[in-house]
Ligand binder design. Structure first.
Ligand code: PXL
Length: 280
C-alpha cells in the first residue's frame, strides 16, 4: 500500500469561475495528496454572477463509476463532497461514503446550497432537507450560517448573533450526526471574520478570525474546505486545521483584491499556494 493519502472530491465542474473541482483538486494535490474527482455536474460557469450558464447533470454516471471502483477495491482516506447535481445524488453520495471510506478515513460534507440568507437559484427547499440527511452520514460538516439555518429549518439571523447563539447552533448541528462541525463566516468582533468549530467527543469549541476584507468573494467556501481537509490529512487537530484554512482563505482574498480581479471569477488561490504549504 502507498503511504500517500488518497482523497475523493465530489463536486461539480464549473468550467470557469474558480470554485468546486477547479479549486479542490489543485489545492488538495498541492498539499501532497492523491486527489481523485467525481464530477456531479458540468456547468459552463458557476451559478453566482453569470446568467445563461449550461448545466449537465451527471447523476446517471455515479453508480457505474462506483461499481468500477468497487471492482478495483478502492478506499479513500477522505471523501469530500460539495455542490451536488441533483436531489438523487444525496443518497448516492451517502452510499459512496459507506462503501469507500478507508478504516481511519473521514467524510467531509460542505452542504453547498445557500449563502446570504438565500438558496442558490438551482436548488429547491427540498434540497435543504436532503442535505441535512447527507450531513447525518458525515464525520465533518462545513456549513456557512445560511446553510446551517436551512439544515436545521431555523430562521437565518443575518449578522445579528452572539457567542451563545453560535454555540447552540454548533450543538444542534452535531445532533444531526456529525462529530465535528465547522461553521464558516463567523464574527464575534467588529471588523473580524473567521470560523468556529465544535467537537462532540471533547465538547471543545474554538474560534479563529482575521481582519474582515469588505466584499463578497466567490468560491471561498471551496478554498476554505479544501485547505481544512488538507490540514486534517496532515494530522493537524480540528482547531489548528480551522486556523490554517482561515489564514489561507484570507490570504487568497487579499491577493485577489491586490490583483483587482473581477469578483465573479473567484479568488487568486493559486498565488497563495506557497503560503498554504508553509503553514501546513
Ligand atoms: O462555490 C460553491 C458553488 C459550487 N458550484 C456551483 C456554484 C457554487 C456557488 O454558487 O454555483 C455550480
Amino acid at each position: 500500500m502507498s503511504d500517500q493519502k488518497r482523497v475523493m472530491a465530489i463536486h461539480d465542474i464549473s468550467c470557469v469561475g474558480r470554485c468546486s473541482l477547479t479549486v479542490a483538486l489543485p489545492i488538495i494535490s498541492a498539499a501532497g495528496f492523491d486527489c481523485g474527482v467525481l464530477p456531479t455536474a458540468v456547468l459552463s460557469t458557476h451559478t453566482g454572477g453569470f446568467s445563461g450558464f449550461t448545466y449537465r447533470d451527471l447523476t446517471a454516471d455515479i453508480l457505474p463509476i462506483a461499481e468500477h471502483w468497487e471492482s478495483l477495491g478502492l478506499r479513500f482516506d477522505a471523501l469530500y463532497s460539495g455542490f451536488l447535481g441533483s436531489f438523487e445524488q444525496i443518497d448516492l453520495v451517502a452510499g459512496l461514503f459507506d462503501k469507500f471510506k478507508a478504516r481511519d478515513g473521514f467524510s467531509l460534507v460542505d452542504p453547498v446550497m445557500a449563502d446570504n440568507g438565500k438558496l442558490y437559484s438551482v436548488y429547491s427547499p427540498e434540497m435543504a432537507k436532503g442535505m441535512a440527511k447527507l450531513c447525518s452520514h458525515a464525520d465533518i460538516i462545513v456549513p456557512n450560517l445560511t446553510e446551517a439555518a436551512f439544515l436545521l429549518d431555523e430562521p437565518y439571523v443575518g449578522d445579528i448573533y452572539d457567542r451563545e447563539y453560535i454555540f447552540g447552533l454548533l450543538n444542534r448541528l452535531s445532533a444531526l450526526g456529525p462529530k465535528r462541525i465547522v461553521l464558516t463566516g463567523i464574527s464575534f468582533e467588529k471588523g473580524k471574520l473567521g470560523a468556529s468549530c465544535y467537537e462532540s467527543e471533547t465538547g471543545k469549541i474554538s474560534y479563529f478570525a482575521l481582519d474582515r476584507i469588505d466584499g463578497y468573494f466567490h468560491g471561498t467556501g471551496d478554498v476554505f474546505g479544501s485547505a481544512l481537509l488538507s490540514a486534517l490529512l496532515r494530522s493537524h487537530d480540528l482547531e489548528k486545521a480551522l486556523e490554517i484554512a482561515v489564514r489561507y482563505t484570507h490570504r487568497c482574498i487579499t491577493l485577489t483584491v491586490e490583483a483587482r480581479q473581477e469578483i465573479r471569477y473567484g479568488v487568486c488561490f493559486e498565488r497563495a499556494i506557497p503560503y498554504l504549504l508553509e503553514i501546513l
